[in-house]
Design a protein around this ligand. Structure first.
Ligand SMILES: Cc1cc2nc3c(=O)[nH]c(=O)nc-3n(C[C@H](O)[C@H](O)[C@H](O)COP(=O)(O)O)c2cc1C
Length: 448
């Protein structure tokens, strides 16, 4: 039996995402990286040369002048990934798209198109939009509450998957001899009428070599985890310690088993920053340097309110106790994240200044040191079932190069990461089965 294999994804936040406000000052990064397709192609090809499973594009649709540089000016994920699809051949292409502000027919169609353009490499990171202000860009004063957000997301996935199964295999006959293009008995309307959506179908696009796009999910509340356990092939999350990672991993897989799913068919891949030096001490120095340089205290304070619906914390006394009442502003935003920050501040009696400082220095995580140390840590997390894979934040270009050129070979040497792609589809490389088209199964059952 082959050894269980680690999965690797690349998260790109070009000129700098949350906590990386000054990253764009790095002369190695073009100042327009986040809207520069040549830059994306270059980094995706680096990841593909290192045999990464996927490129992961995070996204949001609400900005303020205090948003991180990458968020202020970036490419729309599905458009971007369609361009990457023709510039790469094996790496998976995962687009974040929200179930709160898209119509299912339209989004299912765009994702299916990316899946065909890339010959079976598309993925969808299902989010419900953490930024409450997004509603005002879509004609709504208020963002949906959690029950509605997650209720829509469950039903949305039923609709999208139903639409992706509009055509059975062999429905498009395309026989020039007989002149038959379509076998209409193998094309199915959906006729979905639910609480949130009413969609007749069929969808006007066939399935891809991987059947349908791989589903990722990001959202950490109880409801978020239940959604992931129900619908996802992969989970995007954050874990700061191996113990936290193991607890999340066990919880998610338990929820999946409770729904009758095979736990090996959900890959858990937290997003992490990796810092590699010649020695452990140098790795820590580089990490400290970037932490200081990439994000000043004032920038961190301005950005601190994002999880709280972009509530402005600059109005409070920095040295007074943390204003826990601000959690109310997070109600329809990133509530789980905001609650963690608030609970920590209250339990440790932090001032606002200390809470901002804690959030500022908490990002890098445990993957810091020489290449051997970083590889050891990754193997520890992987073998200890805290992760099935990692989504590596590309960060500074020199660091991503060090990861691909120094850490990946060690992981390969240990036999936990591939030396070459097993398949040309994302599902194939992640070791996930092609979803059955229930309509086909039914036809076979009827014929038997
Ligand atoms: C790790 C992680 C990544 C996320 N990425 C995005 C994203 O790229 N775009 C977005 O609109 N929301 C994103 N979300 C927000 C979630 O979809 C969700 O709306 C939010 O986290 C609140 O739900 P929760 O309390 O269940 O976590 C992310 C959430 C998590 C935990």
């Amino acid at each position: 039996m082959t050894k269980r294999q680690l999965k690797l994804g690349l998260v790109t936040t070009g000129v700098g995402g949350p906590g990386e406000y000054n990253r764009w000052l790095d002369p190695e990064i073009p100042v327009d990286a986040s809207v520069n397709i040549d830059w994306y192609i270059d980094i995706a090809r680096q990841a593909e040369a290192a045999k990464f499973d996927l490129v992961f594009i995070v996204d949001s649709q609400f900005i303020t002048p205090d948003s991180p540089p990458h968020y202020l000016n970036r490419l729309e994920p599905l458009t971007l990934l369609s361009a990457l699809a023709v510039a790469t051949s094996h790496i998976g292409l995962v687009a974040t798209a929200t179930t709160s502000y898209n119509d299912p027919y339209n989004l299912a169609r765009r994702l299916a198109s990316l899946d065909l353009i890339s010959k079976g490499r598309a993925g969808w990171n299902v989010v419900t939009s953490g930024d409450a202000g997004t509603s005002r860009n879509y004609g709504k004063d208020e963002h949906y509450d959690y029950d509605t957000r997650y209720g829509r997301a469950h039903e949305y996935l039923d609709v999208a998957r139903g639409l992706w199964r509009s055509y059975e295999d062999g429905a498009l006959v395309r026989d020039r001899e007989t002149g038959q293009f379509l076998d209409p008995t193998k094309l199915h309307a959906l006729n979905h009428k639910g609480r949130f959506f009413s969609v007749e179908g069929p969808l006007n696009i066939q399935r891809s070599p991987q059947g349908e796009p791989v589903i990722f999910q990001a959202g950490d509340s109880d409801q978020g985890r239940d959604l992931g356990a129900a619908i996802a092939d992969g989970i995007f999350t954050h874990s700061k310690t191996i113990e936290q990672g193991q607890a999340f991993y066990a919880d998610l897989k338990r929820r999946a088993v409770a729904r009758g799913r095979n736990p090996e068919e959900i890959v858990i891949m937290p997003g992490v920053t990796v810092t590699v030096g010649d020695t452990d001490a140098e790795g820590r120095d580089i990490q400290r340097h970037y932490q200081e340089q990439d994000h000043s205290f004032d920038q961190a304070l301005a950005a601190f309110g994002r999880s709280f619906g972009w509530h402005d914390f600059r109005q409070y006394d920095l040295d007074a106790p943390f204003p826990a009442e601000a959690l109310e502003y997070a109600r329809n935003s990133f509530f789980t994240g905001a609650k963690k920050v608030t609970d920590l501040a209250v339990s440790k009696s932090l001032t606002l200044r200390q809470a901002v400082e804690a959030s500022r220095t908490s990002r890098p995580g445990p993957f810091v040191g020489s290449a051997a140390t970083v590889a050891d840590q990754i193997a520890l997390w992987f073998e200890g079932r805290a992760i099935d894979g990692l989504n590596i934040h590309a960060g500074h270009p020199s660091q991503f190069r060090r990861f691909t050129q120094e850490v990946v070979p060690i992981l390969q040497e240990r036999g936990i990461f591939r030396r070459d792609y097993e398949a040309s589809t994302l599902r194939g490389n992640l070791g996930l089965p092609i979803p059955t088209n229930v309509r086909e199964t039914r036809r076979e059952e009827l014929a038997a």
